[in-house]
Design a protein around this ligand. Structure first.
Ligand SMILES: [Zn+2]
Length: 467
């Protein structure tokens, strides 16, 4: 393997953007973007799209019967909105089903508690004493075997933040907590929901069990119920029955990324990607996660399509399949289009609810600074601040960025996002139509200016060294 080692430094050389001519946004494009912005603010297309998806399809768990209806809905909606090309690309994955879920405290304080199974959890009924941990670290520190015959209960309290950073810190409790509990001997797993809602609703979300472990029933408690268990534990030992009927069905399902395109007049092969994910969890109607993103990006594409002439490059709006169970649509899109990453001029995903956008940044290199500043100039009247170095690609754009695609961040105020995220309260009534229109305006301005720009934003194949 010495040869491979010798070759490694060459493989790691960064791909230099050819000549790095400054990227420019023509004055006429800026004027059109400003008019587009004002039109978007007075337009309710985004709202109507969200209303249609959440009402006609409702919840659309990946691989469920509603997944197929959502794919059909998205194709029909793109056509109705006047997109030039509409097509689908298959995405295959295993299916998980939720059938029923119950939990109750047993014994002298017997009472039901509200839980929801984590996506990926097996079914099963367990009755055992619960052992509470204040954090993932505390669970990790428990001696091996110390939870034999017990149910682990991780009671980590997520912080409410504008940028969603509280979710990042809490994420491991759901993604890695069950596997950690199994290693300590636990027969069941309960966690305080990763959420900020004071309501008696529990937040689901995907979990994964490490190879070689036998999965255990794993569920999230509503915040008031997590508090209730903590108070009962302060009085003495608590036994809980957790009864889940859910699990991987063993069947494979084929869903689709649904794509609508406004075809560019000069360089149609070069595309500006905006998008959101079409699937949702099953407890609410997936309004803020992520019908809002679908509405925002479809409406932005439609507004650009209504201009007297087509933009220079194409606008590609993608409704991604199965984001919730592991970015499966986003990964498949990047795999299928990796050879064409240079033509993916820049990409942005709306997947953080329906709150107003407050910040903007891109991954673009220095030679695109003048163009990026023009984007910022057109976004300023929407209350959006240029925040270089902040943010990142949306989840479904991450795989495209990993193969070298440039990305933009249009950061939404997520202060109330986790009141609704992945729980039964994620319904249409929570969306403010004015805030949604501000999002549409920002996406229309961004996508249009990127499509009219002369020059690149740094998309280039990323060479990854193979060990
Ligand atoms: Zn989402």
């Amino acid at each position: 393997m010495r040869l491979a080692k010798l070759l490694l430094p060459a493989c790691l050389l960064p791909v230099l953007a050819a000549a790095a001519e400054p990227t420019q946004v023509p004055d006429a494009a800026l004027a059109t973007a400003e008019a587009l912005r004002e039109r978007a603010l007075a337009d309710d297309t985004g709202w109507k799209i969200v209303e249609s998806l959440t009402t006609e399809v409702g919840p659309r768990l990946a691989g469920s019967e509603a997944d197929a209806r959502a794919v059909a809905w998205a194709q029909a909606k793109f056509r109705e909105l006047g997109f030039d090309r509409v097509w689908i690309e298959p995405v295959r994955f295993p299916t998980w089903e939720r059938r029923s879920e119950h939990a109750a405290v047993l014994g002298e304080n017997a009472q039901p508690v509200v839980v929801t199974a984590l996506g990926g959890s097996p079914g099963g009924t367990v009755e055992a004493q619960i052992v509470r941990f204040e954090s993932m670290e505390a669970l990790q520190a428990a001696p091996a075997g110390s939870l034999a015959g017990r149910i682990a209960f991780v009671d980590f309290d997520m912080q409410r933040t504008r940028d969603g950073s509280g979710y990042g810190k809490a994420g491991a409790v759901r993604s890695r907590g069950p596997s950690e509990a199994i290693r300590k001997g636990a027969i069941g797993y309960l966690m305080r929901s990763i959420g900020t809602s004071p309501h008696r609703v529990a937040n689901t979300g995907i979990t994964r069990f490490d190879e070689g472990l036998t999965p255990i029933p794993s569920a999230a408690l509503s915040l008031p119920d997590a508090d209730q268990l903590a108070r009962l534990l302060a009085r003495g030992p608590v036994r809980v029955r957790l009864a889940l009927d859910c699990g991987w069905t063993g069947a494979e399902y084929t869903s689709h990324n649904v794509i609508g395109e406004i075809t560019g007049r000069e360089a149609p092969e070069q595309v500006v990607v905006i998008g959101a994910h079409l699937d949702s969890w099953d407890l609410g109607t997936g309004a803020i996660d992520d019908a809002s993103g679908v509405g925002i990006t479809m409406a932005a594409g439609r507004l650009i399509g209504q201009l007297p002439q087509r933009p220079r490059r194409s606008i590609r709006v993608i409704a991604f399949a199965n984001e919730e169970q592991g970015l499966l649509g986003g990964r498949e899109y990047a795999r299928r289009h990796a050879d064409d990453v240079t033509n993916h001029v820049i990409a942005a995903e709306s997947d953080f609810g329906a709150g107003r956008i407050y910040g903007f940044s891109t991954s673009a290199p220095a030679h695109a600074d003048a163009a990026t500043r023009r984007f910022a100039q057109a976004l300023t009247p929407l209350g959006i601040e240029h925040m270089p170095g902040k943010g990142g690609p949306g989840p479904d754009i991450t795989p495209l960025a990993a193969v070298g695609g440039a990305w933009a961040w249009l950061g939404q105020d997520g202060s109330t996002y986790f009141d609704l995220h992945h729980n039964a309260d994620d319904t249409l009534d929570k969306i403010d139509p004015q805030a949604l229109a501000q999002n549409v305006a920002a996406y229309a301005v961004f996508a249009y200016l990127a499509a009219e720009a002369q020059g690149d934003f740094g998309s280039a194949p990323k060479q990854v060294a193979t060990p």
